[in-house]
Ligand binder design. Sequence first.
Ligand code: VGL
Ligand code: ZN
Length: 197
Amino acid sequence: MTHALIVIDVQKDFCPGGALAVAEGDQIVLGINAAMNDFGVVILTQDWHPAGHSSFASTHGATEMSMIDMPYGPQVLWPDHCIQGSLGAQFHPDLTVDRADLILRKGHNPAIDSYSAFFENDHTTPTGLEGYLRTRGISQITLVGLALDFCVAYSALDAAKLGFDVTVQLDLCRAIDLNGSLALAKADMQAAGVTLA
Ligand code: VGL
Ligand code: ZN
């Protein structure tokens, strides 16, 4: 059975020096490269927002990291990050991208954020990843990358809900940890039957 490694958002903007830097975000890159050898399929995701995206604080004249109510629910307002075609949206320069069968871009809808690799934040609009995995006969996935408490966790929860066998390899993730989001994400993943390895 094919087991896919899904590498979430290992991009310059999520690494130290980037627009939405995750502490130690760069320290998982070599470990992720090594892990790629253990999987038959490797998929990379790339956060990929148009300028003026609705998840950016600047779009609303609001304070960064504050909350706003969107039609689909509460949304954190982030610094401008991972703008399509920008340097910050590029993968970390040391990440092995050549092993990837698929690079999935998400967050391109100006009106809806997309933490999860499976659905936008309305929890309804699919990215197409479910169909890609199912049509390739892949039912087991391991998730690594950034950020553990946002895009990795949302992806893991959606995948578990869809019936995939999901593992998150914690040592190959790093978290933002905003207002207890890390503890909450771990508890939610455990409750959903995600294996935290
Ligand atoms: C992410 C916040 C905003 C992530 C993406 O990759 O975890 N977090 N956009
Ligand atoms: Zn984003």
